[in-house]
Design a binder for this molecule. Structure first.
Ligand SMILES: C[S@@+](CC[C@H](N)C(=O)[O-])C[C@H]1O[C@@H](n2cnc3c(N)ncnc32)[C@H](O)[C@@H]1O
Length: 259
């Protein structure tokens, strides 16, 4: 599996992406296009895709440095965040314990700005745990969950179908799944024979529909700052699913509209 998520460069980029203030990502002295500002706070927006209300156990797969895990804990009794990167999980765990993490934002060449990341206010770390692990080989004893979230993870897995096949047993009947993916399939992460055979959305429907009902879809932009003048602006396809009882066939949005 790719080791890029263990590097200091990616750690700093993700701390800024998840915890940076708007003015740290888009300093106000430049006139940024409105679309860039709208792409901030991605982890908050994908978590907001769950149906309103409170839930029991939450699972955040590919949680990186943990912002979406913290956000899920606002409405879940407990949340487990899992990521393959040791460096990301170490950072998330330090934040959970209340530490302020200092890191350097790359501006250009050797110019760097020291910044600090903290866990978001209003969430106690006691109901959260962060684990280093592989979303394709989750431990049997993990149990089942009322909410599962996996943002921008699928197209970073060597065998994404392994995770999709595990989801029905991870999510309790009536529970919800939020899957976000920019559909950025690259051989660097996923061998071509494990890419969706056609479009990602059709593939998700064909694999998940026997077990899940598709509740809604949306498009969520996100912004990762690489330097003062270079950003990744990407559009993630978000699908929200409800786990059906064993044996119930799932339905699509179109099916639901017909009834
Ligand atoms: C593109 S990042 C997305 C991170 C985060 N969910 C977000 O939206 O900002 C992909 C994440 O998946 C993690 N990852 C890659 N392979 C994984 C695996 N097999 N199991 C769990 N996490 C994995 C990476 O370490 C990285 O944190």
């Amino acid at each position: 599996m790719s080791a890029i998520y263990e590097t200091d460069k990616l750690l700093a980029e993700y701390l800024l992406f998840h915890y940076g203030a708007a003015e740290e990502i888009l300093p106000p002295e430049r006139a940024w296009p409105a679309g860039m500002r709208e792409a901030l706070d991605f982890p908050l927006r994908t978590v907001a895709c769950f149906s309103p209300g409170h839930a029991g156990r939450g699972l955040d797969l590919g949680c990186a440095v943990g912002r979406s895990t913290f956000e899920m804990a606002r409405t879940c009794d407990s949340v487990t965040g899992i990521d393959f990167s040791h460096a990301f999980i170490r950072a998330a765990e330090a934040l959970r314990l209340g530490e302020a993490l200092t890191y350097e934002r790359l501006d250009e060449a050797s110019l760097r700005t020291p910044l600090s990341a903290c866990a978001p206010a209003g969430i106690t770390g006691e109901r959260i745990r962060f684990l280093q692990g592989d979303a394709m080989h989750l431990p049997d004893g993990l149990g089942s969950f009322d909410r599962a979230h996996a943002a921008n993870l699928l197209c970073r897995l060597p065998e994404p179908k392994r995770l999709l096949d595990r989801l029905p047993s991870l999510i309790r009947p009536g529970g919800e799944l939020v899957l976000a993916t920019p559909c950025t399939w690259l051989e660097e992460f996923t061998p071509r024979d494990h890419w969706p055979p056609r479009g990602t959305f059709d593939w998700l429907k064909s694999v998940l529909m026997p077990h899940f009902t598709l509740l809604r879809t949306s498009e969520e932009p996100f912004l990762i700052r690489e330097t003062a003048r270079k950003f990744q602006w990407t559009l993630s396809l978000v699908t929200v699913w409800r786990r059906e009882r064993c044996g119930d066939a799932g339905t699509t949005l179109e099916d639901a509209a017909e009834h």
